[in-house]
Ligand binder design. Structure first.
Ligand code: SER
Length: 402
């Protein structure tokens, strides 16, 4: 299944279970000062959970554009160096607003994974919140998962490892215990089951998070019960695509293979050396172009504050990696068209050709800054006899010259 088929199958499955297919909200959250970027499918429904907003449906399903490059959920520094972190990704989700709860959420997820995505049940592991006996019993007694593939995990307070089965949108907002579904890539891949000391390896990969929304956490950290128990689930589209396409890295799925090939061609168009298709720098570029293209499509322009600054940082991080690969002219903007080709059908906002212009202008600005910075660095090295650059020069290079 290609990425586009997986997205369609997910949404159609939940539609057949009475869910309304709702369009992704923009990467810039509407009316929510607590968030820099949309970081989960449930963001656009926050007020519905809280009981302030009412919709004509009680069940919804989405494929949501998300950015995790600032704030509570921030993956920026990992991107390019791991198999599965992204600045921009798509989250598939189903939501119940005071309608069904744990039992149906778990049964729906299992049916989709085993009967529509045809995953072998023995490859699937689940975690439940340590005290959530109800979820444990549904998985064990109703679904039939053996006890040795169900792991109970607490929140971080007492836990030995960093696992966490209590999901919060941010410091404040709707939250609740969750149950995660993992796929076992098999013994040829390093890593241990969730909750074990080796859990950070790539063998057991979290594919889906089912959150049983029950509380609202306020500014003081106090928990209040939501008007009605609700459901919020999130499955990373790129991750489930690796499983369904039989690969281990998100960068090996159809969408990223095409973006990596386009990134290689774009870098080489302004370089005199070939770019290694396996280099982390190329992955950074292939990842960051999606975040940049969608930010601009949703109205963010590079700047010096807030989300504008995050966009500038992401863009400059990609350009620095291009520079490392030998690029000496603008190349990044050329990749917008590759993103459009892969995702334009699902996200028509990508059809706007201003996106290239904004990114190219930012790129030219940064190239000038970077080359000035390189001159300052070269001069400082030439003048320096000690082998250690003075702190003020280093600070200036970082702060002013990117
Ligand atoms: N909100 C949860 C998450 O982001 C499930 O969608 O993981």
């Amino acid at each position: 299944m290609k990425v586009a088929d997986i997205r369609r199958t997910f949404l159609k499955f939940y539609e057949s279970k009475g869910h309304t297919i709702v369009a992704s909200s923009p990467v810039v959250p509407g009316n929510d000062p607590t968030l820099l970027f949309t970081n989960a499918g449930m963001n656009q429904f926050k007020d519905v959970y809280l009981g302030f907003d009412h919709r004509p449906y009680k069940r919804a399903t989405t494929s949501q554009k998300c950015i995790r490059a600032g704030g509570k959920h921030n993956d920026l520094d990992n991107v390019g160096y791991t198999a599965r972190h992204h600045t921009f990704f798509e989250m598939l989700g189903n939501f119940s607003f005071g309608d069904y709860f744990k039992k149906d959420a778990i049964h729906f997820a299992w049916e989709l994974l085993t009967e529509h995505f045809h995953l072998p049940p023995e490859k699937l592991w689940v975690t439940v919140y340590a005290e959530d006996q109800e979820a444990y019993d549904i998985w064990h007694k109703e679904v039939g998962i053996p006890a040795d593939r169900i792991v109970r995990i607490g929140d971080n307070k007492g836990a030995r490892y960093m696992s966490d089965n209590f999901w919060m949108m941010g410091d404040t907002g709707p939250c609740g215990p969750c149950s995660e579904i993992f796929y076992d890539h098999g013994p040829s891949v390093q890593g241990g089951p969730p909750g074990s000391p080796e859990e950070d390896g790539d063998r057991y990969m979290e594919i889906w998070n089912l959150v049983f929304m029950q509380f609202y956490r306020d500014e003081k950290g106090e928990m209040h019960k939501l008007p009605r128990p609700s459901i919020d689930t999130g499955m990373g589209l790129e991750r489930i695509a690796t499983v369904l396409q039989g690969v281990h890295s998100n960068y090996d799925i159809d969408l990223f293979k095409n973006l990596l090939a386009a990134a290689k061609a774009a870098v080489e168009s302004v370089s005199t050396v070939p770019a290694d298709i396996n280099s982390p720098s190329l992955k950074v570029i292939a990842d960051h172009i999606r975040a940049c293209a969608f930010c601009v499509a949703d109205g963010v322009l590079p700047g010096n504050e807030g989300r504008a600054y995050v966009l500038r940082r992401i863009c400059r991080r990609a350009l620095r990696h291009g520079y490392k690969l030998g690029a000496r002219g603008p190349f990044f903007y050329k990749l917008v068209d590759a993103v459009r080709k892969e995702m334009g059908e699902a996200y028509p906002e990508l059809m706007n050709h201003e996106i290239e212009k904004v990114i190219e202008a930012e790129e030219r600005r940064f190239l000038q800054t970077l080359s000035k910075g390189m001159d300052i660095l070269d001069a400082a090295i030439a003048e320096n006899k000690t082998g250690v650059l003075p702190g003020d020069v280093v600070f200036k290079l970082h702060d002013t010259y990117g």
